[in-house]
Ligand binder design. Structure first.
Ligand code: NI
Length: 161
């Protein structure tokens, strides 16, 4: 099985040139009034990167896998991603995630695979749980990559291998 860092690196480098070919007009257009436009989706992925980087660092020194959720809609609207420059957003997303790849690769095996009996409710289905149903930090990092791919597919199915 490839590591979460390798999976994230591949996902970002595969999607990046295609994202940069999308025009700003297309990136500002939502397919429905209650849906995020591509700028807001990449903005949401920046918020996910921001929140999860802190989790990946903090949870190395805990026995649990507990963390604060964040108000996703509020984060997107407070930062007015729909008004941001598309290529700036995409470049920031790629660079931030390249840094997260570095951090993922640096996590030692002991905290990475430490069983976390105490954890947040597992509402996400992006990464399959380990066989014993006890999540690990490695699992949380895989889930992060799964969530990223889920949202890239919302922009265009061709952005994900
Ligand atoms: Ni999401």
């Amino acid at each position: 099985m490839i590591t979460p860092g390798t999976a994230l690196r591949s996902a970002v480098e595969y999607a990046l040139p295609q994202l940069l070919r999308i025009t700003s007009a297309t990136a500002s257009h939502a397919t429905a009034p209650d849906k995020w436009c591509p700028k807001e989706i990449i903005g949401h992925l920046l918020d996910s990167a921001n929140n999860n980087l802190a989790r990946f660092v903090r949870l190395q020194s805990t026995d649990h896998l507990l963390f604060e959720p964040y108000a996703q809609e509020e984060w997107v609207s407070a930062q007015a991603y729909a008004d941001a420059d598309w290529s700036e957003l995409v470049e920031l997303w790629a660079r931030y995630n390249r840094h997260i790849v570095r951090v993922m690769d640096l996590v030692p095996d002991e905290p990475r695979f430490r069983p976390r009996k105490e954890h947040c409710p597992l509402g996400s289905t992006y990464a399959p749980l380990p066989a014993d149903d006890i999540p690990t930090l490695d699992w949380l990092m895989r889930d992060y990559v799964g969530h990223l791919k889920h949202h890239l597919r919302q922009i265009d199915a061709g952005l994900v291998v």
